[in-house]
Ligand binder design. Structure first.
Ligand code: NAG
Ligand code: NAG
Ligand code: NAG
Ligand code: NAG
Length: 111
């Protein structure tokens, strides 16, 4: 009986895990590029990028807009006036469908 219960629990947790994996497709490379962009932000005093975490689908992250036609592809990044500092990661260049980029009024440095 205990074995059966353990098995059912295992099934249940496996099921929940699958649902989570399904939310964001594994091959949405745009998410990896955004995470890399975030890694280069050294200061975020207003917590503007706190929604940039794995429990929120990246198309709903603050400032991120995804394409309607191409699922899980970023078309716009608007981080206007958020007091961010750090460098601008070159992985932004990997967001190949990006049409709008607004990083005005922050304190980015470097290339
Ligand atoms: C993920 O990659 C596979 C194989 O390259 C492709 O068929 C599928 O459409 C991709 N999924 C998304 C959401 O881009
Ligand atoms: C992820 O972002 C959401 C929305 O901003 C927030 O409520 C949640 O606490 C964050 N989770 C973590 C682990 O930071
Ligand atoms: C950047 O975004 C802000 C707020 O959405 C907007 O007021 C401003 O005009 C934008 N700047 C450019 C260059 O688009
Ligand atoms: C962006 O693309 C370049 C060239 O393909 C690659 O070397 C780099 O690793 C990519 N960046 C990330 C964060 O994967």
């Amino acid at each position: 009986m205990a074995t059966l219960l353990a098995f059912l629990l295992l099934l249940l947790s496996y099921g929940v895990g699958s649902i989570r994996c399904y939310t964001v497709p594994v091959n949405s490379t745009d998410m990896l590029f955004l995470f890399d962009f975030k890694k280069h932000i050294s200061r975020d005093p207003r917590g503007a990028l706190s929604s940039w975490n794995e429990s929120v689908p990246f198309c709903r992250w603050n400032g991120v807009t995804c394409s309607r036609k191409h699922p899980w592809r970023v078309v716009s990044l608007n981080l206007f006036e958020l007091s961010l500092s750090g460098t601008i990661s070159s992985s932004l260049g990997n967001l190949t469908l990006l049409k709008e980029l607004n990083l005005s009024l922050n304190s980015f440095s470097g290339k």
